[in-house]
Write a protein of this length. Structure first.
Length: 137
């Protein structure tokens, strides 16, 4: 068994676990509301970080989207790390797949297209992770 077989499996395991850790950090720092709070109110008097207690008044700005969870520090640093590492792993997996197909078969346009698409997706993931935008209203 080759060690390279672990790489495609480690990509989703690492990134999914990392995204849940980012969500947990954002929830702990009260930058987003919990997923189970489906009653978002538009008329909260206090900002989310200054609220205390088990019941939080959440607005539509505090919905726990992936981009919202990774916007503010300290979770933004970990989100950037997860996205950059995931982008590197995507590039490595697509390169290994490209080389494997060339070794087994002749090089074809579809194989080159899959390599290009994988690297474009990796570049997009790196940009999402490293350029977080905070919306100010």
């Amino acid at each position: 068994m080759s060690v390279w077989m672990i790489l495609p499996v480690s990509l989703p395991v690492f990134t999914i676990t990392g995204i849940w850790v980012v969500y947990a950090m954002a929830l702990y720092n009260q930058h987003v509301c919990p997923v189970h709070n489906w009653l978002y109110n538009e008329s909260c008097e206090e900002q989310l970080p200054s609220q205390r207690g088990p019941e939080l008044c959440c607005t539509l700005d505090n919905i726990p989207l992936i981009s919202k969870c990774g916007t503010l520090p300290p979770e933004s640093c970990f989100f950037s790390l997860i996205c950059s590492t995931g982008a590197f792993l995507v590039m490595l997996v697509t390169l290994l797949r490209y080389a494997h197909v060339i070794e087994k078969h002749q090089n074809c346009v579809l194989n080159m297209a899959s390599l290009s698409t994988g690297w474009i997706c990796a570049a997009g993931l790196a940009m999402v992770g490293n350029f977080q935008v905070i919306e100010h209203l």
